[in-house]
Design a protein around this ligand. Structure first.
Ligand SMILES: NC(=O)c1ccc[n+]([C@@H]2O[C@H](COP(=O)([O-])OP(=O)(O)OC[C@H]3O[C@@H](n4cnc5c(N)ncnc54)[C@H](O)[C@@H]3O)[C@@H](O)[C@H]2O)c1
Length: 316
């Protein structure tokens, strides 16, 4: 049995990864301090005797004592994953995302992990001039969040060369789906759906002509799992993006249509400072190294996501 650590296990993407790892027969130890993670995200696996959740901070230097035995791989997802939060409190975001990553790499060393998979972000590219974005494009951090992810990526690579820990870096584009938290800091799909469910105005920042590629969380979890299994992925940095671009205005209309009887108005507010115009990643490398392409079509995924939010009464 292979022992795996997942940091950020109670979070949106981490909890889907835990589900998929357990389904494949791995033993999983989750680490999460419950900052944005939720216990109910792990309700499917609560009684699985191959799963244990350690409620702890990734910056805690005594994590190895609490895990107490070697592990084979670490999937490092825990982070403060909000650009706006990083603009409000860059010191905290640096502490969790960068220093926390170094501490998890130390954990990998102490527990003799052979492999680390790191969840980075498309934010590292800033506002590229060309689409789709390839992994060899220049890094242009436009926020402290992006800078913290770039710094963490560099530490991940340095531990491969200094200590021989094999690593893969994944740069996620816009991820959506069930269990995505709903708050002012969360993703646009979660905000639009929750506003549509409560008949509140759906607010579009700017003209809504900016475009994004959305990728379903179960596809992202599958790609992440594969990145830790396949030798082809060792040493690689790989985009995980959706296949198609959709404008934010079109997304707002779709989300409204998905909620029967929705009375929300679609309104325009001031554009967000530093918002990128378009964002889609080249998926050539993911296809070549992981054999991965997203499987869930956007319209179906969005519809299922609305149904999930309604059932979980996350609407305000
Ligand atoms: N959701 C997206 O669209 C997206 C896009 C690009 C990159 N990412 C990255 O993917 C990863 C997972 O993101 P998510 O969307 O699931 O976010 P999330 O907030 O749902 O999950 C992050 C988890 O980390 C935990 N955490 C935060 N600080 C911690 C700490 N100090 N110690 C222990 N646990 C801590 C949180 O409680 C939470 O459960 C993050 O690294 C994020 O930056 C996400």
């Amino acid at each position: 049995m292979t022992r795996i650590v997942v940091t950020g296990a109670s979070g949106f993407i981490g909890s889907h990864l835990v589900d998929q790892l357990l389904a494949k027969g791995y033993d999983v130890i989750g680490i999460d301090n419950m900052r944005t993670g939720k216990k109910e995200n792990l309700s499917n696996v609560r009684n699985n005797d191959r799963f244990r959740l350690l409620i702890a901070d990734i910056r805690d230097e005594d994590l190895a004592i609490q895990i107490d035995d070697d592990v084979d791989a670490i999937y490092h997802l825990a982070a403060i994953s909000s650009v706006s939060m990083s603009i409000e409190d860059p010191l905290l975001v640096n502490d969790v995302n960068t220093k926390g990553t170094v501490n998890i790499l130390e954990l990998a060393r102490k527990l003799n992990a052979k492999r680390v998979v790191f969840s980075s972000s498309a934010a590292v590219y800033g506002d590229p001039e060309e689409m789709p974005v390839r992994e060899d494009f220049a890094l242009k951090p436009l926020s402290p969040y992006a800078a913290s992810k770039i710094a963490a990526e560099m530490y991940i690579r340095s531990y491969s060369s200094s200590y021989g820990i094999d690593s893969t870096i994944l740069r996620y584009f816009n991820v959506y789906g069930p269990r995505q938290a709903y708050s002012e800091y969360s993703g646009v799909v979660s905000i639009f759906t929750n506003h549509a469910l409560s008949n509140e105005p759906i607010k579009i920042e700017g003209d809504g002509e900016q475009t994004r590629s959305f990728v379903h969380v179960s596809d992202v979890a599958r790609a992440t799992l594969l990145a830790g299994e396949l030798n082809m992925a060792i040493g690689a940095t790989i985009n995980i993006s959706g296949k198609d671009l959709i404008s934010i205005l079109r997304l707002a209309h779709l989300m409204k249509e998905n909620v029967q009887g929705c009375k929300s108005e679609i309104v325009h507010v001031a554009p967000r400072l530093g918002d990128v115009q378009d964002s889609i990643g080249s998926m050539e490398r993911a296809q070549k190294l992981l054999g991965f392409t997203p499987q869930i079509p956007l319209e179906r995924g969005l519809q299922e996501t609305s149904v999930w939010y309604r059932a979980h009464q996350d609407a305000k």
